[in-house]
Design a protein around this ligand. Structure first.
Ligand SMILES: Cc1cc2nc3c(=O)[nH]c(=O)nc-3n(C[C@H](O)[C@H](O)[C@H](O)COP(=O)(O)O)c2cc1C
Length: 199
């Protein structure tokens, strides 16, 4: 009996410690506002509501940031197609790594760590923050900043199209992110982007 109890406790504990990855719905790859209207409405809005963003919208935003629009090529350009970026997603529930091929978010850290996503109050209450991370071992130099800018602009335009609040940021405690996400020396966060519903 005691062995049975110990075993069930072990399985309960292991289950509760298991990563809670998130399967995303397929992104919507057409529709939305006309491109020129979205460009015309793009702006930084730095007082997002705290209300959550639904999974379909999150999937659409991630695809616009760093999804694939051809077999092995992304929606954003990169030097020699090196695809040197990673997109991490900071939610209230935890921090996740976006895998565009699997269309999944892989849990990296559990819990609310929104304070490491930036240095301003609006970051800490927003439902979604993206962190753009470069893999410097791919030796793309300043190219990574250009890829990141393209990704961030795509997200801005989808936010303009969907009527969401959005702001890109470089004000981040890089060391805190590095430590929490256990980066190796080649990984560096270069920008963040805060997304939420408008108030
Ligand atoms: C490279 C870059 C870094 C930025 N860093 C921050 C930041 O750390 N914090 C912030 O609140 N906004 C940041 N912003 C957003 C700017 O404040 C914003 O783009 C600017 O005020 C112009 O407003 P607009 O985007 O609505 O045109 C940044 C923008 C860029 C392009």
């Amino acid at each position: 009996m005691r062995t049975l109890l110990t075993l069930s406790l072990f399985f309960c504990l292991s289950f509760s410690m298991m990563a809670q990855d998130i399967v995303l719905p397929a992104p919507q790859r057409s529709g939305g506002k006309p491109l020129l209207d979205a460009i015309n409405e793009r702006q930084s809005i730095k007082d997002p509501a705290e209300t959550p963003i639904d999974l379909q919208t999150l999937s659409d935003l991630l695809w616009a940031a760093y999804g694939f629009n051809r077999e092995d090529r992304r929606v954003v350009p990169s030097p020699l197609n090196k695809q040197e970026l990673f997109v991490y997603v900071v939610l209230k529930e935890g921090i996740y790594l976006y895998d565009a091929k699997a269309n999944k978010l892989f849990e990296k850290v559990k819990g609310d760590h929104r304070t490491i996503a930036g240095k301003q109050d609006y970051v800490y209450v927003a439902p979604v923050n993206f962190l753009y991370v470069v893999d410097k071992s791919k030796e793309t130099g300043t190219g990574a900043y250009i890829s990141c800018g393209c990704a961030a602009q795509d997200v801005y335009l989808v936010c303009a199209s969907k009527g969401l609040a959005c702001a890109v940021r470089t004000g981040i405690d890089k060391d805190a992110v590095h430590k929490l996400l256990k980066f190796n020396a080649q990984h560096e966060v270069i920008a963040g982007q805060t997304i939420g519903n408008k108030k």
